[in-house]
Design a protein around this ligand. Structure first.
Ligand SMILES: N[C@@H](CCC(=O)N[C@@H](CS)C(=O)NCC(=O)O)C(=O)O
Length: 220
């Protein structure tokens, strides 16, 4: 490929943007990260993601790709020769996509209910989140990573939420490590990778930032 200009419309606290940053680093691809103000969206963000108006957006040679899991798959397809994230076998690929989709459906929105919910709603969301994390822990089993011995697509989809665990725990009054020790062990294994520790913010920083947004009525 002659030219590869990669621009990422980014936000440091977004677990979805983290997925893309991790993938770019796994592939050794340099990009220009443009931090977005999500309270006051830039004309560029509105132009590049007119449907959802959300980060992340990867702009590859001027063309936008939206939705984090779509972006991760796109990068993996274009640069498949560099540490592939998805296996080549169609059945295994389908299985990895199923679990990444499970992460998408079960973690962020339930976590949000813990953060902004009231009373019983928080309790219900907390139990739902723990149940989903246990399901993921069961799928991981004794493997080092979800696909086996190598870090892959499901790992990329889930690991950013590790930086949000403290926020969920503090507000929901529970401890993920006590509920899902093997999953936390997996997260601690992932964080040893440069592409992960470089791109995951400190859990306390995430807590402070989201609580401040919530108190200002800006996290809804
Ligand atoms: N399904 C989307 C979710 C992206 C998303 O929720 N982004 C948030 C930041 S974490 C955002 O841009 N929020 C601004 C808004 O929705 O107005 C993806 O996977 O990319």
């Amino acid at each position: 490929m002659a030219s590869n200009e990669l621009v990422l419309l980014d936000h440091w606290v977004s677990p979805f943007a983290m997925r893309v940053r991790i993938t770019l680093d796994e592939k050794g691809l340099p990009d220009e990260s443009k931090h977005q103000n999500l309270q006051e969206k830039s004309p560029l963000l509105l132009q590049m993601n007119p449907i959802h108006k959300q980060v992340p957006v990867l702009i590859h040679n001027g063309k936008p790709i939206n939705e984090s899991l779509v972006v991760v798959q796109y990068i993996d397809e274009v640069w498949y020769d560099r540490s592939p994230l998805l296996p080549s076998d169609p059945y295994q690929r389908a299985s990895m996509r199923f679990w990444a989709d499970y992460v998408d459906k079960k973690i962020y929105d339930t976590g949000k209910k813990i953060i902004v919910g009231k009373g019983e709603e928080v309790e219900t969301a907390k139990h739902e989140l723990i149940a989903s994390l246990r399901t993921l822990e069961l799928e991981l089993g004794e493997k080092p990573y979800f696909a086996g011995h190598t870090f892959g697509y499901v790992d990329v989809s889930l690991i950013p939420f590790y930086s949000w665990f403290y926020l969920y725990e503090k507000i929901g009054k529970f401890n993920v490590e006590l509920e899902c020790p093997k999953l936390v062990k997996w997260a601690k294994r992932c964080i040893l990778k440069e592409s992960i520790f470089k791109n995951l913010p400190d859990q306390l920083k995430v807590y402070d930032y989201i609580v401040e947004l919530k108190n200002a009525g800006k996290y809804k």
